[in-house]
Ligand binder design. Structure first.
Ligand code: ADP
Ligand code: MG
Length: 628
């Protein structure tokens, strides 16, 4: 007899599948449990982790607790005390509403629940493992609920393997907790990791909560915002323009007590700061929206933080206008709206307002890269063969095969240093920095074009090099090497600079101090989220050290996965970007020559580490065609 093929999955399997959606990492467990505690009216919530939550996650609250029946029911799928019919789905103010979290957690871990309501004399203790009820007893417990989740993914080895380093997992937990703590300032939160206190914020007002989490300095840089319209109520605070930074600004939106990501509204805020801060920077903000729950859709996905608004465009306008108004009132916004319509598109200065000092190349005046051997003693470089310098070029931006036959100066089709540039020099004056004098550098035919590009030649055509990007490439490889070799020289600072970091940033920086030291930073942890920068790498004197470290930290933290290599690359890139030559910086012939030499001595000269072209080649045949 043929067996039926369709059958119902056992609950434990169904739960495990559902768990994949809701529970991905320790942070998801913490989020679900803490949100339940918030929903249960707790005023104190304590989270305790062992090994970033791999072995143990405990959430203890003083909320209303559960009856014996409820405690057992809570682990059933779709068991929830929060909605009764589907219409309720549209009127949600509580966090959880699907009744999915507890069964999902119990499907992939060993769970102990201890809970008691005020009116009950004794509490309930339940043990679950892999969706199975192991035991249920009556016992003495304090009022409230105490969940202990042990050996997460003990029965799903693939998931367990998928977890990242402890530092990353811990960061994710901190991020989740920060978000919940920011919307519930009336609740005291604490977090312990391996018995070490990482967070402890008392009950307070919203503004103080922000300070407790992110430091006093940030708290002082905030302006209050409040707007009440029929569509939306927004309150919270926004940073003064001076608080802008390139990366890692604390940007938070919340709607009806829930954290949300909203890139479109983020643009509205940034739009309001236009002309007040550099386009590459962001200001911190903490904005809390209250809207009619029937006009938003929080239902997209249990773990997604995106939320759809029905009146998105109108709210965009309201948000933008109110941020502008606050800035205007505090006299921060320009009184005239500059008409930028017909301004040229000026390339963005990526190093912000602090210009790094011009590079100080040490030049071997005898060195000529176009000669195979040309008195280059003393100038150490990996190779003097052009083919080697262009390693990595193959199949890249150049597109066509590039051939460099050395020596090639004799075969230049025309004299570049001659009269050909005369017209341009006159027309654009200072912008075209050609060098008519005896060129001393190795590169005898380098020209700077509009303070942005270095023009030079090679056998098959003309090379246009983006000076900033080229320098980023060069510095990136240098810093990366320093990270590997610990070869950087640190320069003590006369006056150490203090940094105030959020708990998650502080935890991360603490774990990376050694790498910062390798780059030449001397940073000490002063406790309480304060760090003192006492030394910086030699040669970056013009940069703002706290800003640079904050940017590097944010860059390194941004990556979800953090292998040592990722972190190193990210740190090296941030530092290279900040320290590199900017567009507009006038270069001497020697500096240009040095730049060209060093660029083509790089392992990967054709693209910056973040994938931007550093140079293009216009081939002679193309140029000749233009004159036909
Ligand atoms: P949901 O939160 O979507 O309702 P959960 O699976 O997270 O689903 O929780 C199921 C139910 O268990 C909740 O509706 C609530 O009644 C109860 N519960 C969970 N955690 C707590 C807690 N910390 N305190 C009191 N009741 C709780
Ligand atoms: Mg829940």
């Amino acid at each position: 007899m043929a067996e039926d093929l369709i059958h119902l999955l056992p609950d434990s399997v169904a739960n495990q599948i559902a768990a994949g959606e809701v529970i991905q990492r320790p942070a998801s467990v913490v989020k679900e449990l803490v949100e339940n505690s918030v929903d249960a009216g707790a005023t104190t919530i304590q989270v305790r982790l062992t090994d970033a939550g791999r072995t143990n996650i405990q959430v203890i609250d003083n909320g209303k607790g559960m009856s014996e029946t409820d405690a057992r029911m809570a682990f059933e799928r779709h068991a929830t005390s929060k909605i009764r019919e589907s219409a309720d789905l549209f009127a949600l103010y509580t966090f959880g509403f699907r009744g999915e979290a507890l069964p999902s957690i119990a499907a992939v871990a060993q769970v102990e629940l201890r809970t008691r309501r005020e009116e009950d004399e004794l509490g309930t203790v339940i043990h679950m493992a892999g969706s199975k009820l192991e035991s249920q007893e009556v016992d003495m417990c304090p009022v409230g609920t105490n969940f202990q989740v042990k050996n997460l993914f003990f029965n799903v080895p693939a998931r367990r393997k998928f977890l990242k380093s402890n530092q990353t997992e811990l960061n994710n937990v901190l991020t989740e907790l920060e978000r919940i703590a920011l919307v519930n300032p009336e609740i005291a939160f604490s977090l312990y990791h391996n018995e070490v206190e990482l967070m402890n914020v008392p009950q307070s007002a919203m503004r103080q909560r922000i300070q407790h989490l992110f430091g006093k300095k940030l708290g002082q840089e905030l302006l209050s915002l409040e707007v009440d319209t029929t569509l939306v109520k927004i309150n919270g605070c926004i940073g003064v323009p001076e608080s802008a930074r390139k990366k890692g600004a604390h940007c938070f939106f919340f709607v009806n007590g829930r954290y949300m990501r909203h890139p479109y509204f983020h643009k509205a805020v940034m739009e309001a700061y236009a002309h007040l801060i550099p386009v590459t920077e962001q200001v911190p903000y903490f904005l809390y929206f209250t809207v009619d729950p029937s006009r938003i859709d929080v239902n997209i996905h249990p773990t997604k933080t995106e939320i759809k608004f029905e009146d998105e465009q109108a709210i965009w306008q309201i948000l933008m206008a109110s941020v502008r108004e606050v800035l205007g009132r505090s006299n921060m916004a320009p009184t005239i709206d500059f008409d930028v319509a017909d301004c040229p598109d000026i390339p963005v200065f990526t190093s912000g307002d602090t210009l790094p000092p011009p590079p100080m190349p040490t030049v071997d005046t005898n060195y000529n890269p176009f000669k195979q051997s040309g008195g280059s003693e003393g100038y150490k470089r990996p190779s003097t063969r052009w083919e080697d310098f262009y390693k990595g070029v193959e199949g890249s931006s150049v597109g066509r095969e590039v051939k460099f036959d050395a020596p090639f100066e004799d075969s230049l089709p025309w004299d570049v240093t001659g009269g050909t540039t005369g017209v341009d020099t006159q027309k654009s004056g200072q912008l075209f920095v050609g060098n008519e004098e005896e060129v001393q550098c190795g590169c005898s035919d380098c020209y700077q074009y509009k303070g942005h590009y270095v023009v030079t030649s090679m056998k098959s055509g003309m090379v246009l090099i983006d000076q900033h990007r080229a320098h980023v490439c060069i510095l990136f490889e240098r810093y990366l090497k320093q990270l590997e070799e610990q070869s950087a020289v640190s320069q003590g600072m006369l006056f150490p600079e203090m940094m105030e970091l959020s708990i998650s940033q502080a935890a991360f920086l603490e774990s990376q101090l050694e790498d910062f030291a390798r780059l030449g930073f001397d940073i000490s942890n002063m406790g309480g989220g304060s760090f003192a920068i006492q030394g910086i790498p030699e040669g970056i004197a013009g940069l703002n050290p706290t800003k640079l470290v904050a940017d590097m930290l944010a860059g390194a933290m941004e990556k979800g996965s953090m292998s040592k290599e990722d972190v190193h690359r990210s740190m090296a890139l941030t530092m290279a970007r900040s320290a590199a030559l900017v567009v507009g910086e006038v270069l001497s012939a020697a500096e240009m020559g040095r730049l060209v030499d060093e660029l083509f001595a790089c392992e990967m000269p054709s693209y910056t580490p973040d994938g931007k072209k550093t140079f293009v080649v216009v081939e002679d045949v193309e140029i000749e065609k233009m004159f036909r």
